[in-house]
Design a protein around this ligand. Structure first.
Ligand code: NAP
Length: 256
């Protein structure tokens, strides 16, 4: 049987786990695509390509040159542009698309969350909530806070962020997973009184929410962009099942 190739749009733990599962599964081949934003990425098993495709047209071209059985978009829930490209390019090529997206976080008893639609709304909300703000939004989310000169920011990112940046800020370069004890120590050390986060979901970075709850620190929670109009699963196991099912159906053969 010819192996069925899957393009996994990656950059998340789920994408790496899916690539690992496909690479070790008889009858499947995987190509993972990374944006190339991180200098020292954790690489998934299987083939890898790195860098943007050049928008939806570029991805459609790539799919024309590299026939695949299906595309799985396992990018970060806030990576909206690549997801938009995936929806358009797979529709143009007639290639099945699956979205693998972990669920968002749910508030628990004791949480004080302020849900906001985007980073601009988060920046508008923080001055009323505190003076020392932990921004765990990733380096792409800092510009919205750059003109808050009367507030102090703790910024945590995987890589050095570029301008515009808040004037009064302390940078911690670190990559998850994080522990509750570590997050408690960080919040206490920097006397944080408000946490800003995107609703990324998942276990890797959830400890900050446990720590904020324990210290009664309010959280500004940025909602996800609208969900794409495509079949969606929340676990790697469900993604594998979907792929196997599609393969078993007559119309599930590779598109060209
Ligand atoms: P984005 O705004 O949706 O993407 C911007 C551009 O980067 C896309 O238009 C595409 O360029 C390229 N790109 C993004 N993901 C790609 C991939 N997997 N393979 C090839 N090209 C890709 O996304 P982003 O917020 O910059 O995130 C970039 C990557 O980092 C994603 O893979 C995402 O999973 C990961 N990530 C993002 C976050 C976050 O908070 N946004 C957090 C953790 C990890 P072209 O238009 O040229 O194709």
């Amino acid at each position: 049987m010819t192996p069925a190739r899957v393009l996994v749009l990656g950059g998340t733990g789920e994408a790496r786990r899916l690539a690992g599962a496909l690479a070790g599964r008889l009858g499947w081949e995987v190509v993972s695509s990374l944006a190339g934003r991180v200098r020292d990425p954790v690489l998934p098993p299987g083939s890898i390509r790195i860098g943007g495709f050049g928008g939806a047209d570029g991805l459609a071209r790539w799919l024309g040159e590299h026939p695949v059985h299906a595309v799985v978009d396992a990018t970060h829930p806030f990576a909206a542009r690549i997801t938009e490209s995936a929806v358009a390019a797979t529709a143009a090529r007639g290639v099945p698309l699956l979205i693998l997206r972990r669920p968002g976080w749910r508030a628990r008893a004791g949480d004080v969350w302020h849900r906001v639609p985007d980073l601009a709304a988060a920046a508008a909300a923080v001055p009323a909530l505190g003076r020392r703000i932990f921004l765990s939004t990733g380096r792409g989310g800092l510009a919205a806070f750059a003109d808050h000169d009367d507030r102090w920011f703790l910024v945590r990112a995987v890589e050095q962020p570029g301008p515009p940046l808040p004037r009064r800020m302390h940078l911690v370069l670190d990559r998850g997973p994080f522990t509750r004890d570590g997050e408690l120590a960080l919040l206490r050390e920097h006397r944080i009184d408000v946490l800003v986060t995107k609703d990324s979901g998942g276990e890797m970075t959830a400890a900050k929410l446990d720590a904020a709850r324990a210290l009664a620190i309010p959280v500004v929670m940025v909602d996800r962009p609208p969900a794409p109009a495509a079949p969606t699963v929340v676990t790697v196991t469900d993604a594998l099942r979907w792929l196997e099912r599609r393969r078993a159906t007559p119309e599930g053969s590779p598109a060209r």
